[in-house]
Ligand binder design. Structure first.
Ligand code: 5GP
Length: 120
């Protein structure tokens, strides 16, 4: 979640088309795809196309347009996957304490079942 961006990370490789993914949504700023190891019936990862390591990096560096775009895309995807009625969760992990595995900023969108209580 900290440090300089590593262009070899798995999401950078997905963005470059070097490895496949199950795409959900794409526009000029945002790319979204199904998580390879879903923790809920719907588990989508939503990422900026530009290289940001974490939430802080994104919030400090991205343009207002990019920041708006990821929020709007997330809402659009949640609605388009029929999550509004049943409910859903949006989270980001940053750095060691949150268990961030992939150092390219991403939002997790989860729904389709009752999710475990969070923050608990
Ligand atoms: P983090 O722990 O960094 O917040 O979440 C990383 C997420 O990326 C995990 O939920 C993991 O299952 C997912 N993931 C890791 N590698 C791949 C991959 O190659 N393809 C896809 N679609 N998801 C991946």
């Amino acid at each position: 979640g900290t440090g300089t961006y590593e262009p070899g990370n798995i999401f950078a490789r997905i963005l470059r088309g070097e490895i496949p993914c199950n795409k959900v949504f794409e526009n000029d700023y945002v790319f979204a795809f199904h998580d390879i190891s879903p923790k809920a019936p719907v588990h989508v990862l939503i990422i900026p196309k530009k290289p940001y390591v974490s939430f802080i990096d994104f919030s400090k560096t991205a343009s207002a347009e990019e920041i708006a775009a990821i929020m709007q895309a997330t809402g659009h995807i949640a609605a388009s996957l029929d999550l509004e009625e049943g409910g859903y969760r949006v989270i980001t992990n940053a750095g060691h304490n949150a268990g961030q595995e992939v150092p390219h900023f991403h939002l997790h969108l989860m729904g389709g079942k009752a999710l475990p209580a969070f923050p608990g």
